[in-house]
Design a protein around this ligand. Structure first.
Ligand SMILES: NC(=O)c1ccc[n+]([C@@H]2O[C@H](COP(=O)([O-])OP(=O)(O)OC[C@H]3O[C@@H](n4cnc5c(N)ncnc54)[C@H](O)[C@@H]3O)[C@@H](O)[C@H]2O)c1
Length: 288
């Protein structure tokens, strides 16, 4: 039975995942490279946990906020995950960074431990190839915010075994999440399509065809999408979006995946979306 989960990378999605795991009774070891990153994650986790518990309402079955927080250990030492039952990795969408992490994890964790790759576009099979446990590597593309999203895109790498796939599907079921299993191919299903939407929406914005709000409104009001493409980009983080589109471009060598310059410009300016308070929208003012 899985009890202790190692989360590597405590950024946007890693911290959101920690909230969901705590709410579902897991013990979490949260790893990032600096104390500052862990502190920022702590603050976010604390807020999201409070909000999630508030939404559940007061009831005897509901866990206590302080008790849940006691179930998280934050560390800058990856070695501390050596006793974890499962690892979910969420570091930058950058091959060089992820590769180093997998080589290190492979040395630290016992050989039977599975690694879940939370990536937007990077190849699960290629990452598995830098480890000595290729059959135990599986893609788990969680959606943001993790505790509100009931579905996870699970990517089966070429070497992923049936046992690993079963383990991850059962683990996701304990989080009340359905797994949709797809083959490992750059961008899988979700991001291969959604990032084209996002990127083209950015070109439409760059060409001054419409404001960000009106572009998003057309998707929400005409197509009944819950969120428009530019709001979605701000939620994901524009740096992650840019890196993901770059991976798609590199993978397919297809110009349809060339990243819109306006996204790069915003990233250069540090306007990364919700996480920095500004992206296509300004989150320091009330948008509603
Ligand atoms: N943001 C989303 O909505 C979303 C959704 C699904 C998947 N993803 C994927 O999850 C991964 C993380 O995305 P994010 O948006 O959270 O990025 P982010 O930039 O917000 O966070 C990445 C974190 O990884 C940490 N990190 C970097 N190198 C590390 C290392 N060697 N060891 C430990 N921690 C390290 C960074 O300090 C940072 O806190 C990416 O691969 C992304 O494609 C993101």
């Amino acid at each position: 039975m899985l009890k202790k989960i190692g989360i590597i990378g405590a950024g946007n999605i890693g911290s959101s995942m920690a909230v969901d795991l705590l709410l579902n009774g897991y013990h979490v070891k949260l790893v990032d490279v600096t104390d500052d990153a862990l502190m920022a994650a702590r603050i976010k986790i604390d807020q999201e946990l409070k909000f999630a518990l508030l939404m559940r309402g007061r009831s005897k079955e509901n866990p206590n906020h302080e008790k849940l927080l006691a179930d998280i250990e934050a560390t800058t030492q990856m070695e501390d995950t050596e006793d974890c039952d499962l690892i979910i990795e969420n570091v930058y969408e950058d091959w060089a960074v992820k590769e180093k992490v997998y080589r290190r994890l492979d040395q630290i964790c016992p050989p039977h431990i599975c690694f879940g790759v939370n990536t937007s576009c990077i190849s699960v099979t290629k990452l598995a190839g830098v480890t000595s446990r290729r059959d135990k590597i599986v893609g788990v593309h969680f959606m943001n915010p993790v505790n509100l999203m009931p579905t996870v895109e699970v990517m089966r790498g070429i070497h992923t075994s049936d046992n690993t796939l079963d383990l991850i599907i059962q683990f996701l079921a304990t989080l009340n999440k359905e797994a949709i299993v797809v083959q490992d191919f750059p961008g899988f299903v979700s991001n291969r399509i959604s990032h084209l939407f996002i990127n083209e929406a950015a070109f439409v914005y760059q060409d001054n065809v419409a404001s960000a709000r009106d572009i998003d409104k057309i998707f929400k009001k005409c197509f009944f999408h819950k969120m428009g493409p530019l709001e979605t980009a701000d939620l994901i983080g524009l740096d992650t979006v840019m890196k993901s589109i770059d991976v798609l471009y590199e993978s397919y060598k297809d110009p349809k995946f060339r990243c819109c310059p306006v996204i790069r410009r915003m990233v250069d300016a540090g306007h990364l979306g919700r996480k920095t308070g500004k992206g296509f929208y300004d989150y320091n003012i009330n948008l509603q």
